[in-house]
Design a protein around this ligand. Structure first.
Ligand SMILES: Nc1ncnc2c1ncn2[C@@H]1O[C@H](COP(=O)(O)OP(=O)(O)OP(=O)(O)O)[C@@H](O)[C@H]1O
Ligand SMILES: [Mg+2]
Length: 359
């Protein structure tokens, strides 16, 4: 094809949600699940060879369903030698998910474009984790840069100086301090108590209180996404679960609060560390500019809880929620992608060569 147009995209591959934003105005977000029908009956029933996102979850009984990410990075990418077959499978599944995201923003015609992408990775992703992202891009993208996820959120908001971004995802909470340049390792922290951790605690607490109730982790996750709250409120939360087959309204108010609170201590420790080790002249401004992003930032009362903590330990602090937590990372990555000069990209037409992970 003659002179294909350059399409720039920002991608946020998450444990829970994979999000893409492209400079043709198209965006998409897909839960990070890929399903393959288990047998010919399943294939006949579903009428396709591969299912993505919510559709894969919905048909999980007739599909082998994979989540290619764990703790914010591609599964097995830190220990490839221990499980080369598992890593190979992860790469294959993640490739299909990436292809799907690209199809969604190109109306199924990726061949019409030269595709340049900035892909987000957790703040402290290892070189192996980043290499995994380059590996999955092979044959799908023409040029790739890997950037820290909270950095992309900051970039998208134009908060390049004296700001602290806290990206609360499913597998990780990533904290990143911006001080007017690319954040270094010293500016970033990752904690592993995030959305999945809340779901597991919630599961255990309900199991202890209602041993006869039947439910799955996925049911509790969905309920959490509608009702997550950390603050004390007089309103009771009731979850309808079957007990001996009969739907029963169960009071889970305290369990929800307790589970959501589980992620707070590590976040507050991270805030304290990144503020107290910052240049003292600019600490006051940093404390004014704390931004929550990621799905977990929507927990009701979380920003107030963190402000209360900062008031008690750091004098004061202002915590704001990103207005678009789901797209914050992908939109920021796209903005960064658009700003990168042409000489940063060395894509080839046949989509076989990637750049090294520089950022
Ligand atoms: N309204 C909500 N309240 C509380 N938690 C929510 C809400 N909506 C989504 N979540 C949780 O946020 C998490 C997903 O957030 P996000 O999409 O930012 O994560 P991710 O990018 O997929 O994960 P990671 O960054 O760890 O790779 C999940 O644990 C999800 O259950
Ligand atoms: Mg994320």
């Amino acid at each position: 094809m003659k002179n294909p147009r350059i399409l720039k995209v920002g991608i946020d591959f998450g444990n829970s949600m994979s999000v893409i934003a492209a400079d043709n105005g198209m965006t998409a977000c897909v839960p990070s699940y890929v399903g393959f029908p288990k047998d010919m009956i399943a294939r006949k029933l579903l009428g396709k060879e591969i299912l993505y996102g919510s559709e894969a979850v919905k048909h999980r009984l007739s599909c082998n369903v994979f989540r290619p990410l764990e703790l914010g990075v591609l599964k097995h990418s830190d220990h490839i030698d221990e499980n080369p077959a598992g890593y190979k499978q992860t790469i294959e599944v993640a490739k299909r998910l990436l292809e799907h995201l690209i199809d969604l923003v190109t109306n199924g015609r990726p061949e019409d474009y030269i595709i340049r992408a900035v892909i987000g990775a957790p703040a402290l992703a290892s070189e192996n984790n980043k290499q995994g992202l380059l590996d999955i891009s092979e044959g799908i993208l023409d040029g790739v840069q890997v950037a820290s996820e909270p950095f992309t959120v900051a970039y998208g908001m134009g908060l390049l100086n004296n700001a602290l971004i806290i990206d609360i995802g499913a597998g990780t909470v990533d904290l990143c301090r911006m001080q007017g340049m690319f954040p270094s390792k010293d500016d970033q922290l990752t904690t592993y108590k995030a959305g999945d951790f809340i779901d597991n605690i919630f599961f255990d607490l309900i199991e202890a209180k209602y041993p006869d109730a039947n439910y799955t982790l996925n049911m509790l996750k969905q309920f959490k996404e509608e009702h997550a709250i950390i603050s004390n409120s007089s309103e009771k939360l009731y979850l309808n679960l079957p007990i001996n087959g009969k739907p029963t309204a169960l009071d889970v108010t305290e369990e929800m609060r307790q589970a959501c609170r589980g992620i707070v201590p590590d976040i507050t420790e991270g805030i304290k560390y990144l503020v107290s080790t910052y240049d003292p002249e600019f600490q006051a401004e940093l404390k004014e500019n704390i931004i929550l992003a990621g799905g977990g930032s929507q927990i009701i009362g979380l920003s107030e809880e963190l402000e209360k903590y900062m008031l008690a330990t750091l004098g004061y602090g202002s915590v704001k929620k990103h207005p678009d937590p789901v797209y914050a990372g992908a939109n920021g990555a796209l903005m960064f992608c658009k700003d990168l000069p042409d000489d940063e990209w060395t894509e080839t037409k046949n989509r076989t060569k990637q750049q090294s992970a520089k950022k």
